[in-house]
Design a protein around this ligand. Sequence first.
Ligand SMILES: [Zn+2]
Length: 333
Amino acid sequence: MALFPCSAVPALRFWGLRGARVWTRWPRITGGGWPISCSADASSDTGGGGHSEKKFLLQDIAELIKTRACQRVVVMVGAGISTPSGIPDFRSPGVGYYSILRQYKLPYPEAIFELSFFFHDPKPFFTFAKKLYPGNYRPNATHYFLRLLHEKELLLRLYTQNIDGLERASGIPASKLVEAHGSLASATCTICRRPYPGEDFWADVMVDRVPRCPVCSGVTKPDIVFFGEPLPKRFLLHLADFPMADLLLILGTSLEVEPFASLSDAVRSSVPRLLINRDLVGSLARNPRGRDVVQLGDVVHGVKRLVELLGWTDDIQDLIQRETGKFDGWDRL
Ligand SMILES: [Zn+2]
């Protein structure tokens, strides 16, 4: 929060990348560390709960939370929760990024996040980063729902693929976050590995200057994970968190980037999984479980539906009022 108070956070995301991308230093996650429970139905049709006698529904998830039958909730989120804050998909034509591709002759959008290209020519990345620093992105209803989950002492951990910092900006403490693909809040020299203050980094970027280390003149790079780089050490928390989870929420992610995507399989098989997303994705499509619930469509709409079922509408309105000071209606979020 020190570097990016409130909503003044630039945004980059890794999502929907062409095919499943893998950070090679991390093995694919194949399951929770606890013995597999046999209490859940082994299979279900798309949408969850197919072969169970009673289909598991969003209402059932809400009931588990309301009654505190589940109080170790692990959440996985992706770019789909940032889109309603106005953060565009960097690969989408018409949002300005493709001009960078043409200008710098990038072979494809993802090359911006490849180290080999960065070391060859860092300018495309910084040009891209500058475009994403309007400083006006704000957390939306989904972020505040997750904050509320934390305030009600139900959030075990939030795993995010987003590097826009909106989870932090919503007030969720760092101890509850795993920013799996790093953050733009800090930077490091690529040569001597000295930390480079985020303020200095952005001061350079905003005047089209490649930020360089004052000690060795090496190019500095924000502490986000490029392809081929190791994930932050905090990602190892998944080894304890997922086997402990008693509910998994998956919001706004295409579950295409490994090893993040495989986390969805790492909860015990008896643990309910709720996917709120535009599309049915990942293992919830390939290997659905009996207590899966899938809420397809607009992510904010799905989250609002859950909030209503939880009876938290007043709570979240109060929270947003407190945080933004100019809340002008739940329906406008
Ligand atoms: Zn240096």
